[in-house]
Design a protein around this ligand. Sequence first.
Ligand SMILES: [Fe+2]
Length: 367
Amino acid sequence: MASDQAKIKILVIEDEPMVLEVTVKQLERLGFDLLTATNGNEAIALFEKEMPPIVLTDIELPGLSGIDILKRIKNISPVTQVIIFSGVGTTKDVIEALRMGASDYLVKPVNIGLLTHTVTRCVERFELIKERIERKTILEQEVRKRTAWLRHTFSETIKVLGLLTEKRDPYTAGHQHRVALLAMGIGRKLGLSANTIEIINVAGLLHDTGKIAVPVELLVKPSRLSTLEMNLMKMHPRSSYDIIKDIPFVESLGKDVSEIVLTHHERLDGSGYPGGLLGDQLEQEAKILCVSDVIEAMSSHRPYRPALDMATTKHEIISKKGKAYCPDCVEACLEMIEENGNDARRLFSSLAEESGDGLRWQIHSVE
Ligand SMILES: [Fe+2]
């Protein structure tokens, strides 16, 4: 008997003193740690306390039968190996026991050689199952660790990509982040799922990525853009789409964020760009992003104008509610604006706090 097997506990449940004595003596000789019980209730209590990996039980016992004990033990611990002692004329019970998950059976009077062989085989089987479970647990832990790491890498890459775009244009620095905060706020007001809110967040952080393809002179021009320049600027949603379309959003978030980004300047009435799409052709996330984008842009300084006051911003979304902008999104925004005293700084500050992201938006906060 190997030294590690010497520690293995075996519970023997037998009401015939002779059989119990012979069995215990032999198993002790093999180096096992023996527990004994003479009836079912005593056996179950002992099993729950000691949790032995191997149990030998007689079928015919006072009170609970061996089959009852087997069922109870398998219910508590499916990996425990239960060996049944059967007397003459109990073939039906043996079949039932094997069907219920018994590992093996021994016919009384028990042959010592057969007892040794059967118990040893059950110990080996238990060790094998234990090893398999341990390996599976380690593997599951590793998968969980790697999934968390991948999620972290994904989210950090998204943030860096968003910041990279804004580095070229100090006037709109922080814009994508604030749009994401506002869009998430709308999502929460509308009772959207945590996953949809995360999709909106990512779309917000990346929606203007395509501005990287717009000449910097246009981004910082201190006067209104000409039609030609405006047309060039209007290409940025398509550029955003082209840049991010190969990121595996569906695998990580369950939805293609690039499609939302592509349509963030579309309007319900078809007056937006680049597709001139109508409301029913737009995803809810795009409609949310659209209103958030407008509010943030109007509340911030631009090279060609100072930040607009909240009354002007509210007038814009109220007057075009249901025409250009999604009514539910407008209502959600108005609620949040009211809650923050019609103050853009307070609005974005509380949204950042709510998202547990209170620092970065302030770097280039609205005045
Ligand atoms: Fe945009």
